[in-house]
Design a protein around this ligand. Structure first.
Ligand SMILES: C[S@@+](CC[C@H](N)C(=O)[O-])C[C@H]1O[C@@H](n2cnc3c(N)ncnc32)[C@H](O)[C@@H]1O
Length: 441
């Protein structure tokens, strides 16, 4: 059955009486910005995320029995789907291979069930134990950090980080919430601007910058209030994050679901590894951009040209893979065109191998999902197409065909919105779209 959507952003805020909410079609696409007004979801801004309201709406539409219904998000990001399922009392699982993003999702998922008094104590102990003299010490810092913060802010932040690492890095729900507070204030305290997506632009300055201690206090209070709110609203503890690769998931023996609700990376050259470069540099997990391939990118679906370049992929080898058989003809034509155009461009981006590897990876994802889905399960993939160098990659049709080849029964595409219509600096005029790929079976 195909579903038409009728969710309204802001449905599930603190003041909303969920039971009495009248839901009607709004036509708006779900975006993570909608989540920034929602308790818990607002703790960390992840531009790649989708709307939690929409997931809740969908679960309510399709779930007849919360005691048996279950949901999987194989690209779980910061846990939007799983948290929406907690709110709806539904069992859920999430896969996520970006280690830093996985930790954020887990911190949220466990944090909402933490003991409130212990969370409050941990936050208070952290602040009262901050060593005055330690905060003023000048520390060696990677150049990205030095470019993003004033010297005073940087000393304070690094002092807070070192205090956390020395005394609080214990992996409990309370200390992971504390880690999340520190992580989520890094952008608000930075003087550097950020792009529409999450890249940090150290050469562009911001008008409003918070001081680290004020930002910490505000975030800590907000998180504490949200934990109380989630508990007051009886959010369930039925979600499990697994650090599994959606292409070949392991340790998922108990996963059998009625629904897959997800948004995979798009083939649009967005670099998920780079999206957390500032935060991972701050925590000392990487020293710079060059470390991202090993630390993060190699675990992910190949959706950016940097990834394809690092792996030195050979186009013919990728295209020869059996999983691409249903779309090989059209995909090969697009990749050959990309390989030709590349020779005429200064940047010589590896979009040709990226495109081939992307659809190969998503083909494996559909194969992996088939045994995890119950016979009448449905899948909803929020997807977008792209046109690197102006060559259209027909994501909805190609992904639909890969799903059929993996053993699902049918697919249809529901467009949410047009893309590439208003950017002044767009590089090509190919009309693009974003929407929901519905797969039944
Ligand atoms: C579009 S985002 C999903 C965001 C999510 N809907 C949310 O609201 O937070 C896609 C996610 O897929 C993750 N990812 C990429 N390759 C993966 C893989 N092979 N297995 C699991 N997750 C992967 C990325 O790290 C990214 O967080």
């Amino acid at each position: 059955m195909r579903c038409s959507f009728a969710y309204q952003p802001g449905l599930f805020t603190e003041t909303t009486d969920i039971a009495s909410t009248h839901v009607r079609f709004s036509g708006r696409s779900g975006a993570f910005t909608d989540n920034m007004s929602l308790p818990v979801h607002r703790w960390y801004r992840y531009s790649a995320g989708f709307s939690a309201d929409w997931v809740r709406w969908l679960v309510r539409e399709r779930c007849s029995d919360t005691s048996t219904f279950s949901v999987l998000d194989p690209f779980a990001g910061v846990g939007t789907t799983l948290l929406a399922c907690e709110a709806e009392q539904v069992r859920s699982w999430g896969f996520e291979t970006h280690p830093f993003i996985h930790r954020i999702a887990l911190a949220k998922l466990r944090g909402i069930h933490a003991d409130i008094a212990s969370v409050r104590d941990t936050l208070r102990q952290f602040v009262t134990g901050l060593p005055d003299e330690g905060l003023a010490v000048k520390r060696e810092a990677p150049s990205l950090l030095a470019r993003c913060y004033s010297p005073e802010s940087l000393s304070l932040l690094l002092g807070m980080r070192d205090h956390y690492l020395a005394q609080f890095d214990r992996g409990t729900p309370e200390t992971e919430l504390l880690w999340l507070v520190l992580t989520s204030i890094l952008r608000t305290c930075s003087e550097a601007g950020t792009a529409q997506w999450q890249y940090i632009l150290p050469n562009k300055s911001k008008s409003t910058v918070q001081s680290p201690l004020a930002a910490f206090q505000a975030k800590a209070v907000s998180i504490l209030q949200d934990v109380e709110w989630a508990q007051r609203n009886s959010w369930a503890a039925k979600g499990s994050m697994i650090p599994a690769d959606a292409r070949a998931p392991r340790e998922c023996g108990e996963v059998h679901v009625d629904a897959v609700v997800t948004s995979p990376p798009y083939p649009n050259n967005y670099d998920y590894a780079d999206a957390t470069r500032l935060e991972m540099t701050f925590w000392g997990e990487i020293n710079g951009w060059g470390d991202l391939q090993d630390a993060v990118r190699r675990h992910l679906v190949r959706s950016c040209s940097q990834h394809a370049s690092a792996e030195r992929l050979v186009l013919e080898d990728v295209l020869a893979e059996q999983v691409l058989e249903p779309i090989r003809h059209d995909l090969s034509a697009a990749c050959s065109r990309l390989a030709e155009i590349r020779e005429t461009k200064g940047g010589r981006k590896n979009y040709h191998t990226m495109a081939a590897a992307y659809f190969r990876d998503l083909g494996l994802v559909f194969r992996a999902l088939r045994p995890l889905c119950r016979p009448n399960a449905f899948l909803c993939f929020v997807i977008g197409d792209s046109a690197p160098y102006g060559v259209h990659l027909d994501a909805d049709r190609w992904l639909g065909e890969l799903a059929l080849a993996a053993g699902f029964k049918s697919y249809s595409f529901e467009k949410i919105r047009d893309r590439n219509v208003k950017w002044k600096n767009r590089k090509h005029r190919v009309p693009l779209k974003e929407g929901r790929l519905w797969i039944e079976g």
